[in-house]
Design a protein around this ligand. Structure first.
Ligand SMILES: Cc1cc2nc3c(=O)[nH]c(=O)nc-3n(C[C@H](O)[C@H](O)[C@H](O)COP(=O)(O)OP(=O)(O)OC[C@H]3O[C@@H](n4cnc5c(N)ncnc54)[C@H](O)[C@@H]3O)c2cc1C
Length: 479
């Protein structure tokens, strides 16, 4: 890792270029940020729009959700990109419309309402979002983990429920069930981190609680976890999770989610105090209103130059885009397509032929937990165990934008995983742990519950009024 405080910050000349072509980039994620970086030496004005002022490093969100990292460790202030790209301006807002005929994007900026912004080149890099596949109750009761706020909500809910259980479980022998829907990398990573927490920290931090109170289950529609890996590594991941006490329910989808349970497609009902939704991503519905061609999964259809088919000057990159042979919705394709879009625009501005995009597969990685990860890297082969874990750590730290992020993540993961159980001093990154509110909602939800004290009873307290915004937020936060 570079030590930036030992090297001088490069001096970047301010660029004016009022007459230069205007490139509007929607989304400052992996694709958008790399498109910005790729345009630093081009004679273009770049406006980067994102609803958030930060870029999120999603691969480590599970560490935020399980209290291993601070939320700011995985986010970088987008305005920081202007250090390297002086021709970029950041603008916060929600893009609510695209009009390719008039070359306009419509931006909602809150108080100022909708604003129109014209462009010469447009880069659509807004990524994907969670999909519940229409599963009844999922949107209401399951907790997604696509954004930093959602990861924090999971973390606060887990600790609120742990506090609540620490008061109750010794008396009722009730378990705290966390069900994770989806056996892809996100589901596996969060299950492994919770299992590690139970093995390494729970008995120290909650001595009054039997560590077996926390039950972690992964629910997967397919028969195996991590379908993007080869059989050997899928099996390794499943064995590691089972060794860590995680229950795997494979081969059954979730057909309904309730307040404290999930119903599987064979009609079996599992207790689930916290249901984490790690099951799928989709392009937001609003994209279909832009009048641009989409593939059957809703992704914007792009050609070999990553230009949206038949729309000159409009490009798409990352999770929102797909060529005829779609790439997986992962960080590397987003980084590479974002950088390639910048090369196409830079060439076009210079009047040169645009390069054809070709993807370089750098491999796939997933971590299961402490000292256990898998990596499949072309030409080098596969890694698992501590070697895989070291590779996973190295790649994830060095791939973060922002030196502060790299150093903070390295230090926090060292505190979490360094040393042995005998030397480990647990100190999770906790936030607003309101177990009293969790207990009140647990009581209020009595009639919707199938498990626990007074389950199915008429609610002793009035349900949260839908008219009260504060109360509704409160309920949503501990959902
Ligand atoms: C929990 C989780 C774990 C993951 N783990 C891995 C992993 O280990 N390895 C891996 O390779 N990939 C992983 N991925 C996938 C990877 O993060 C995505 O493929 C990648 O982020 C896609 O990059 P992107 O730039 O297309 O979109 P994003 O990174 O999602 O960025 C999109 C940006 O656009 C902004 N935006 C969206 N719509 C609008 C709008 N209308 N107006 C304004 N701004 C908007 C958003 O705020 C966001 O900043 C993970 C994803 C998640 C959710």
């Amino acid at each position: 890792m570079m030590l930036p405080f030992l090297s001088r910050r490069p001096t970047v000349p301010a660029k004016d270029g009022a007459s230069w072509p205007h490139v509007v980039i929607v989304g400052g994620g992996f694709a958008g940020a790399n498109a910005v970086l790729g345009l630093r030496d081009s004679r273009v004005r770049v406006t980067l729009i994102d609803r958030n002022v930060y870029k999120t490093f999603q691969p480590l969100l599970y560490q935020v959700a399980t209290a291993g990292l601070n939320p700011g460790d995985v986010t970088m202030f987008l305005r920081g990109l202007s250090l390297k790209v002086p021709n970029m301006r950041y603008r916060q807002g929600e893009v609510v419309g695209v009009d390719p005929e008039r070359k306009i994007v419509t931006l909602n900026e809150g108080q100022r309402g909708d604003q129109e912004l014209s462009y010469d080149y447009l880069v659509l890099a807004g990524g994907a979002t969670t999909t519940y596949f229409g599963t009844p109750g999922a949107e209401e009761h399951a907790m997604p983990m696509y954004t930093r706020a959602q990861a924090l909500a999971i973390r606060d809910r887990v600790f609120s429920e742990l506090e609540r259980s620490s008061r109750e479980a010794w008396r009722t022998h009730d378990k705290l069930h966390v069900c994770i829907v989806g056996g892809g990398p996100t589901g596996v990573e969060i299950a492994g981190a919770l299992a590690d927490f139970r093995m390494q920290e729970l008995d120290i931090l909650y001595p009054e609680m039997d560590p077996g109170t926390l039950q972690v289950t992964v629910l997967q529609r397919g028969d195996e976890l991590l379908k993007e890996f080869s059989d050997k590594y899928r099996q390794y991941a499943a064995d590691e999770l089972r060794d860590r006490g995680v229950t795997l329910r494979l081969g059954h989808g979730v057909k309904e989610v309730g307040y404290d349970h999930v119903v599987l497609d064979d009609d079996s009902i599992l207790e689930s105090d916290i249901t984490i939704w790690a099951a799928g991503v989709a392009v937001p519905d609003a994209v279909s209103e832009w009048g641009l061609p989409q593939d059957k999964r809703g992704r914007l259809a792009v050609d070999d130059h990553l230009q949206v088919k038949d729309f000159p000057g409009v490009y798409a990159a990352g999770d929102i885009a797909a060529q005829d042979e779609p790439l997986p919705q992962l960080a590397q394709p987003a980084i590479q397509t974002g950088a390639a879009v910048a090369r196409s625009i830079a060439a076009d501005v210079k009047g040169k032929a645009r390069p054809t995009f070709s993807y370089t597969n750098l491999g796939t990685m997933a971590t299961i937990g402490r000292h256990a990860a898998i990596a499949e890297i072309p030409f080098l082969g596969g890694l698992s165990g501590s070697m895989g874990w070291a590779a996973w750590l190295g790649v994830h730290i060095t791939k973060m934008l922002g030196h502060r992020n790299q150093r903070a993540v390295a230090m926090n993961l060292l505190s979490l995983y360094g040393g042995s159980r005998a030397t480990h001093q647990p100190n999770p990154v906790v936030g607003e742990v309101d177990s009293l509110r969790a207990a009140r909602i647990f009581e209020e939800q009595a009639r919707n519950r199938l498990f626990g004290l007074n389950a199915g009873a008429a609610s002793p307290v009035s349900p949260v009024s839908p008219g009260s915004a504060d109360e509704a937020d409160e309920a949503a936060a501990v959902r």
